[in-house]
Design a protein around this ligand. Sequence first.
Ligand SMILES: O=c1nc[nH]c2c1ncn2[C@H]1C[C@H](O)[C@@H](COP(=O)(O)OP(=O)(O)OP(=O)(O)O)O1
Ligand SMILES: [Mg+2]
Length: 201
Amino acid sequence: MKEIIIATKNTGKAKEFVQMFAPLGYEVRTLIDFPDVPDVEETGSTFEENALLKAETISKLLNRVVISDDSGLVVDALNGRPGVYSARYAGEQKNDQDNMDKVLRELEGIPSEERTARFCCALAVAIPNEASLTFTGTCEGVILEERRGEYGFGYDPIFYVVEEQKAMAELPPEIKNKISHRANALKKLKEQLPTVFKEGN
Ligand SMILES: O=c1nc[nH]c2c1ncn2[C@H]1C[C@H](O)[C@@H](COP(=O)(O)OP(=O)(O)OP(=O)(O)O)O1
Ligand SMILES: [Mg+2]
């Protein structure tokens, strides 16, 4: 079976990549399988910069094609926060519950029409001795006043997807993996690299 390395230590993302690459006949390996690989510092000011940092660092280290994902939640009423700081919004412990509590607290008293937000995803593909590529995707929504649903990870329980009339965490993976920011970025990647990532290839 073909193998693709995704440079992530996030188990929620890892699961989604396993699900999304399975129809393409790829077995996904993540940094969870390479425990000796060090953390890459996310010093960029955009999702794309951080995705490139992660993919290129790990690709050089392993001398393999590597895909990375840098993603997060952008809330309009918070001037775009948590943005690139999404993972550590409530502190270095990277705790999803604390992060959601912080966003809900900051939005207290703000009416639903002003609670617009989007999930953003940048995927970077680093190829040894070739130029890297990036692909972006978004998913629009509204921040709820309390958590709903058990699926997914991260900020999914407080993110309402208007078209589905459900919180992201109420959508089973087969739906989330069609409409998410990550799915939308991956669609572009597959279009650009048809010979590499094509169903049945
Ligand atoms: O589909 C999603 N549903 C809910 N929340 C999400 C999603 N996608 C990203 N997020 C949130 C989680 C985390 O707070 C941040 C990602 O931060 P980000 O630096 O890209 O990932 P990370 O540090 O957890 O793992 P890694 O860098 O090893 O890939 O955005
Ligand atoms: Mg990270």
